[in-house]
Design a protein around this ligand. Sequence first.
Ligand code: SAM
Length: 253
Amino acid sequence: MTATGIERITVVTLFPQMVTTVAEHGVVGRAIADGAIKLACENPRDFATDKHRTVDDRPFGGGPGMVMQFAPVVGAIRAARESGPEGARTVLLSPQGERFSHQKAVALGRQAHLILVAGRYEGLDERIVEAEIDEELSLGDFVLSGGELAAMAVVDSVVRLLPGTLGHSDSAVEDSFAEGLLDHPHYTRPASVDGREVPAVLQSGDHAAIASWRRQQRLGRTWLRRPDLLATMSLSEEDQALLEAFRASRDDG
Ligand code: SAM
């Protein structure tokens, strides 16, 4: 499954230079340079109205930290919406959101325009979320000091799924999670290093045997490391036999 349809990603951030570094490297940088997708930023500070360009204030009710104010953030989100195609999806990066996943990257890649809102300080005034945010996404159960790294992770994972972005057209198809399984192990030259050998089958030239070994490794690794993923899949008889043989080889070992 690859992402299609996305034309533009706009990140609402106080630190645009952090975000635009993803546009300077690797496959994502190339996709942006080739015009496959446009990456832009809107800075809430540009929508602050006082002479200090204030974007945060103390929390009502007291307590530590500062809170991002409604007017500058909403100004930036609305400007982002006007800068791209109709029907933008606005996503807040938040530790309280749904866990980000491959499936979510595919779904976001189908939106014509994705607006990613990166929080700072204690987060956004809740009324911004009520008024402007379609969904909240989290990178995991930990707290970052800002949403930029999370937004960059979303940009990277969505853009690399665009058709033609990866060098080999199949690369994304076999990656972890693309088909519900983890990826198989990879090896490159030399064939022998530090007393460790590449599995013989990978040097056999027998393409069917290599494909079968890789499939078995993907099934086996998923069973070992992420049984929760396997539990949601219905395996073909061939897959079941491969997994059974993988389990048996571990019992023997
Ligand atoms: N007070 C907030 C809470 O406990 O839910 C945390 C605020 S955090 C210091 C500042 C910003 O970092 C958040 O508004 C969010 O944009 C971003 N952030 C922090 N952890 C994140 C995570 N796990 N996933 C996505 N974004 C995160």
